[in-house]
Write a protein that binds this ligand. Structure first.
Ligand SMILES: *[C@@H]1O[C@H](CO)[C@@H](O)[C@H](O)[C@H]1NC(C)=O
Ligand SMILES: *[C@@H]1O[C@H](CO)[C@@H](O)[C@H](O)[C@H]1NC(C)=O
Length: 591
């Protein structure tokens, strides 16, 4: 994890939150042994009779009612330009290989699903080494809800039915947490339920999505209607007054839009759309008043609705889905809300100009990385040439936005960013990209070019390490990388997500080949007797990286889904029909 040379208060706060968020290890009292979890299929009510949660969030009195609701944009949805490549019919040999690969991925999913069912049913996660249950997302069956649409897409209909019945028993009236993360609950639970409902039409899923929506809506009951992103659930249940926080990660407040808009579209109740429209208009109004006009700082002040202060800007961790949702929300609203196009254009231009860079590599690869930029009081910008696994979504974002808004330049940027992540996978010792690293930029902008220069590279490696750094530390760094601050690979999806989107957009078979290479590496090193495990350090010089006893719900919800889809027929969840939320839950584009 990179430390900034010039700290600002906000950057320090942001990075502390980042650390807690990503480096937190769960205390053992959160875990049960394998005897504790009920077995799949027990106590399941019939599918058409969801049981209600033990607390009715819709009955909590509202202290700060809104005076007039922002309506959903109305009118006939605009026809979006074609997004997917026009694929030719497949030849038989290609088809056979593709299907064998797809089925291998499906088999890997089924193993993980069985492990979850047998060891952690109704709990948030199964631990892939010890086979225990862990609740770190509220105890609301996060893995189950997150994986519902993957079950459906993979054609596992019996498992799906069984899972839907279990969803009826999830109780959103109580939680194992003191503080609920509104963003995580929105993207995983609300997104997962809505998408599985859209695919299957199962009413239980919609009624549970509404329960979650009613719960989360209470987090917006503050004087200025800005939500509390780390939310005290029991105070809210007790009806205590609430106020939004002063330091809020921009991604956590800025990427609730797709799920809330979709809930309003499906139910016809506009209160959820209204709630997020209020946030997005603050982002829109202040977009040009920040230290880097076009982008917003990592941390914003929700209490004072001040989204301008702060000098650290990136597309990657803590910012990511705020930017990702701009073009996607435009599509989801039927192209009827021009504001999303305006702020998308503005943000993507600023991000391309300031945060993207071309790294120097031994093969002079024509790739881009999404870095971070710091702006000081004199408005001078300094590039921090990071690469982050979380930033790998950006390739898919530029390419998709480029298609939606017919900007071929953005499709090309998206390709180079995606190729950057593929490069980082390919050039890492075990074929998986580490969580956070640095490279040497050719120059401060993405248009700078340079030739590989081993002396320059070694100088940069030296700058980024203390003089006493041992030869063994330096030996772990493959040529091209200049430091690796966080060597974990935790089963994250962002790289395969962009490879999948770029494949669907360009039809380039090289991307499918790259996906298969990535898959083989991941499966080889993360597979456990039960499921798949996060890796502690993919830069070690041993025979294999050490496994950690963790498999987050995004593995079954996102990573395996994108791997499965890239080896499926291109019309399975076509990008012309669906937009994915940031947890890989597809929502139908209105037509
Ligand atoms: C922000 O700046 C961009 C580029 O200069 C401009 O196109 C846009 O209209 C501005 N937006 C607002 C809300 O002033
Ligand atoms: C701001 O950054 C520029 C470029 O790095 C530097 O020359 C300048 O001294 C900095 N100003 C302050 C006040 O830190």
């Amino acid at each position: 994890m990179a430390l900034l040379k010039r700290y600002t208060l906000y950057a320090v706060i942001a990075f502390s939150i980042f650390y807690l968020y990503h480096h937190f290890s769960f205390p053992s009292w959160l875990e049960n042994d394998r005897m504790g979890a009920p077995k799949a299929g027990q106590n399941a009510p019939p599918t058409d009779m969801p049981s209600r949660s033990s607390f009715d969030w819709s009955k909590v009195p509202i202290r700060y009612p809104v005076e007039s609701l922002n309506p959903l944009p109305t009118g006939k949805p605009r026809r979006l330009p074609r997004i997917q490549h026009s694929f030719e019919p497949e030849v038989v040999t290609t088809r056979n290989t593709r299907i064998a690969r797809r089925d291998e991925i499906k088999g890997a999913f089924q193993r993980c699903w069985e492990a979850y069912k047998n060891n952690a049913w109704m709990r948030d996660e199964v631990t892939p080494i010890s086979g225990r249950a862990r609740d770190n997302f509220g105890g609301w069956a996060a893995s189950l809800i997150d994986a519902l649409d993957t079950l459906w897409i993979m054609g596992l209909k019996d498992e799906f039915k069984n899972a839907v019945a279990a969803v009826g028993n999830v109780d959103f009236g109580k939680t194992s947490l003191e503080t609920v993360n509104v963003f995580e609950t929105t993207i995983r639970h609300l997104g997962g339920l809505l998408s599985a409902y859209e695919l299957s039409g199962e009413k239980t899923l919609l009624s549970k999505a509404i329960e979650v929506g009613e719960m989360l809506y209470v987090a917006f009951d503050t004087p200025n209607r800005m939500p509390i992103t780390r939310w005290d659930f029991s105070k809210a249940q007790a009806g205590e007054p609430q106020v939004a926080h002063e330091n809020v990660l921009e991604a956590e407040i800025g990427s609730l839009t797709m799920e809330f808009a979709r809930l309003s579209q499906i139910t016809g109740n506009t209160k959820w759309y209204d709630a997020v429209a209020r946030i997005m208009s603050v982002f829109a109004e202040q977009q040009n008043q920040t230290m880097l006009p076009g982008m917003w700082p990592l941390v914003v002040n929700a209490r004072d609705k001040n989204f301008k202060y702060g000098g650290a800007f990136t597309l990657a961790a803590m910012a990511d889905s705020l930017y990702e949702y701009l073009a996607k929300t435009y599509a989801l609203l039927g192209g009827l809300e021009p504001m999303y196009k305006e702020i998308y254009d503005n943000a993507m231009e600023a991000a391309a100009q300031h945060t993207l860079y071309r790294p120097m590599t031994p093969d002079n690869a024509d790739i881009l990385m999404a870095g971070m930029v710091n702006v000081n009081v004199t408005r001078s910008t300094t590039l921090d040439p990071q690469g982050q696994h979380l930033g790998c979504f950006a390739g898919g974002m530029y390419a998709l936005g480029g298609r939606i808004f017919e900007n071929q330049g953005h499709v090309e940027i998206g390709r180079k960013l995606t190729d950057g992540c593929v490069w980082a996978y390919r050039n890492s010792r075990f074929g998986m990209m580490p969580e956070v690293f640095h490279m040497r930029p050719c120059g401060p902008s993405m248009n700078d070019v340079c030739e590989w220069d081993e002396v320059e590279w070694m100088k940069d490696v030296a700058i980024r390490h203390p003089p006493e750094a041992s030869a063994s530390v330096l030996a772990k760094i493959p040529k091209g990388f200049t430091s690796i601050k966080d060597g974990r690979y935790i089963l994250r999806p962002e790289a395969i997500e962009s490879v999948f989107i770029l494949y669907r957009i360009t039809g380039d078979e090289k991307l499918r080949a790259a996906a298969w290479e990535m898959w083989l590496a991941i499966q080889k090193y993360t597979k456990t007797p039960l499921a798949n495990a996060a890796l502690l350090d993919v830069t070690v010089t041993n025979d294999a990286p050490t496994k950690m006893d963790s498999m987050e719900s995004f593995w079954m919800a996102e990573t395996l889904k994108y791997f499965y889809l890239i080896f499926s027929e291109p019309d399975l969840i076509s990008l012309d029909d669906y937009v994915f939320n940031t947890e890989a839950h597809p929502f139908k584009i209105p037509k």
